[in-house]
Design a protein around this ligand. Structure first.
Ligand SMILES: Cc1ncc(COP(=O)(O)O)c(C=O)c1O
Length: 394
């Protein structure tokens, strides 16, 4: 199938130019969904005077790193501040891989990782997870091991929980990286957003999620930042937490210091305010998680006659819909007939026709979007002379 993201974006732009606004289930920008905490601005205002002086250091101000160590563990010297986790990926790719080498990445997965690797002249090699209903996603352990053993693979990436599958990482991943001596980039920006709960399906019986960052047996770079933790991507503050065996950690720290010292990309105001900003994090996570859980319950109620895949964490849900037409045609038809924007699964490298839905919109907007989606699918199925809820998902 020849997928064409530009065609989807172009169609959407044409509708916008004609004054047609779509209900958006692709958007995961928290500041557009009433999730930005205005108290953040008050905190920043208190640090304005201190930010008049510029005293850069490669890792960022010590109090900021001390507050991270206190919250997440480790030592303040294990942390490097940066402008975003996207930038952190870039730093790590340039510091720990050489042009022409490869990075093992999860599939399905976050679509930004591949272009970030390409910017650093690296290729990506996929390791897959497979969905089993309703038990959830399972890592293809042999596939991961093969990817790590491939000549030229310099780094592994894991997203915990993964975007868009919402699956927490298999702890086996750390052992596999340790055995193959592959440094691990552990992107844990969604870690605290655990949406699975006993009353939301079979997840209550699943193992408690565990972090990949902070282990001694493998060199790992834990990534996190304020984009998700505080629903504040515009603050542009992320961080890397380095862990691993002592000797390798020392060498890695030197490389990271060089890169960080070359860019010095951290905004002084936000870095100085970080210890106080972090005091807002628990309330922010609680507020966002309540939104995600509420919307997931709505999706189950409104769309349950399709197959909503098991979600354990993160900001997305995946919905299996009947194969009424090729995925891009379906996405365009949903824009035209239901006034709704959704992402096709292939956008995240899903091997099938699932739709990816953002769980972030305000509750009433999300509910309306789910109703539009069901109505749209029914109309399209009727047009095609099919049942919208075929036996395939019973
Ligand atoms: C898996 C994952 N990592 C990182 C990010 C980006 O975070 P940042 O704003 O810190 O670059 C996102 C944003 O959607 C994401 O989905």
């Amino acid at each position: 199938v020849n997928h064409n993201l530009n065609a989807l974006a172009r169609h959407r732009a044409e509708l916008a130019a004609a004054g047609i606004e779509l209900t958006d289930l692709t958007d995961t920008n928290p500041t557009r969904h009433g999730l930005f905490d205005p108290a953040i601005l008050d905190v920043l205002a208190r640090y304005l005077t201190r930010a008049a002086r510029y005293e850069p250091t490669p890792r960022g101000p010590w109090p900021a790193r001390a507050s991270l160590a206190e919250r997440f563990g480790g030592d303040p010297d294990d942390y490097w501040l940066c402008a975003s986790t996207s930038e952190a990926y870039g730093w790590l790719f340039s510091a720990f891989a050489a042009a022409g080498q490869a990075v093992a990445v999860p599939a399905p997965g976050y679509p930004l990782i591949e272009p970030l690797a390409q910017l650093h002249s690296l290729t990506t090699i996929d390791y897959r997870s497979w969905y089993l209903h309703p038990s959830g996603w399972e890592l293809d352990r042999d596939g991961l091991d093969r990817a790590l053993a491939t000549p030229g693979v310099a780094l592994a990436v894991a997203v915990n929980p993964n975007n868009p599958t919402g699956a927490y990482a298999d702890p086996w991943l750390t052992q596999a990286c340790a055995r193959r001596r592959a440094p691990l980039i552990a992107d844990e920006v969604f870690f605290p957003f655990q949406v699975g709960a006993p009353d939301l399906g079979p997840v209550g019986t699943r193992a408690q999620p565990s972090r990949l960052a902070g282990h001694d047996e493998v060199v790992s770079f834990g990534l996190d930042g304020l984009s998700k933790l505080l629903a504040a991507p515009q603050l542009k503050l992320g961080w890397i937490r380095l862990s691993g065996p002592a000797v390798e950690r020392t060498a890695a720290a030197e490389r990271l210091d060089q890169v960080a010292d070359t860019y010095l990309s951290v905004n002084s105001l936000v870095a100085l305010a970080l210890p106080e900003l972090l005091t807002l994090a628990d309330a922010s996570v609680t507020r966002i998680t309540a939104r995600l859980r509420g919307n997931l319950a709505t999706a189950q109620r409104r769309l349950g006659h399709y197959r909503l895949r098991t979600v354990d964490g993160g900001w997305m849900a995946l919905l299996d819909v009947p194969p009424l037409m090729p995925p891009d045609d379906l996405v365009i038809a949903l824009m035209d007939r239901a006034g709704l924007a959704v992402h096709p699964g292939w956008f995240y490298d899903l091997p099938d026709d699932a739709l990816a839905l953002s769980l972030l919109p305000e509750e009433s907007q999300f509910d309306e979007a789910c109703q539009r989606l069901t109505a749209g699918l029914e109309v399209l199925a009727a047009d095609a002379g099919l049942s919208a809820t075929g036996p395939q998902y019973d």
